[in-house]
Design a protein around this ligand. Structure first.
Ligand code: DX5
Ligand code: ZN
Length: 217
């Protein structure tokens, strides 16, 4: 099985956003990873609805939206209206996670949960059966281009075990510091989808780099 590749728009050139989106359309990428940061849940701001609207107008692949914001319930409907195909919220930002997940699903959108590096996989035991996706953060969220946290391999295996044990229909996505050298080990540990920002967009040939990731088994 080939991994799902979800390049992160955060590392694109926002002065040439249309060009970079068209490059992704033509590439082996499966999804567009959309990082939304509010400057409260994470120490950085990324972009909001006007930029997302421009992406939506060009993107020909599903929008994989990763919300690094507090109280995401306020905006779920608006993200759906802006073309979100999948929305992931952070475990650490949702006191009523079950309700939030049901709300995402009621909008006809796939529902995911992202886990920060310090949050154990066991926290998902009572919600995993309701999820389409778990994002394991392999960096502390907030910035592209950070160093991959090695403990993610063990967490990926542990999450895979939990999914198999409950016969859940849930994919595992790894987000942060993913590159050629660590991708194969992540896939071997059970990862289904890989986010890549810096590795793709700082490459001299992003299309070839996406193809390289796609062909890793
Ligand atoms: C981190 C974001 C990531 C990030 C990935 O807060 O959620 O999606 O953009 O970028 P790289 O691959 O550069 O770590
Ligand atoms: Zn992300």
């Amino acid at each position: 099985m080939y991994p799902i590749i979800s390049p992160s728009i955060l590392s694109a050139d926002f002065g040439h956003l249309q060009r970079d989106c068209e490059m992704l359309n033509q590439s082996a990428a499966d999804w567009f990873h959309i990082d939304i940061m509010d400057g409260v849940f994470v120490p950085n701001l990324s972009f909001g609805f006007p930029v997302l609207k421009s992406i939506q107008a060009v993107a020909q692949k599903p929008l994989d939206v990763h919300l690094m914001i507090v109280d995401p319930d306020r905006y779920l409907e608006t993200f759906q209206q802006h073309g979100a195909w999948q929305i992931s919220v952070h475990y650490e930002a949702c006191p009523h996670l079950h309700r939030t997940i049901q709300k995402i699903k009621s909008l006809g959108v796939k529902a995911g949960v992202a886990l920060n590096p310090h949050s154990p996989v066991s926290l998902l035991k009572d919600i995993i059966a309701d999820l389409d996706l778990v994002i394991l953060m392999s960096v502390n969220p907030g910035f592209g281009g950070q160093k991959f946290i090695e403990h993610t391999y063990a967490k990926t295996s542990e999450l895979k075990d939990l999914i198999v044990k409950q016969a859940a229909n849930c994919l595992i996505e790894i987000d942060g510091g993913v590159n050629g050298p660590n991708a194969s080990r992540l896939i071997a540990a059970g990862a289904d989808a890989l986010v890549a920002g810096n590795f793709v967009f700082s490459s001299p040939n992003p299309t070839a780099t996406i193809a390289e990731l796609k062909n890793i088994r």
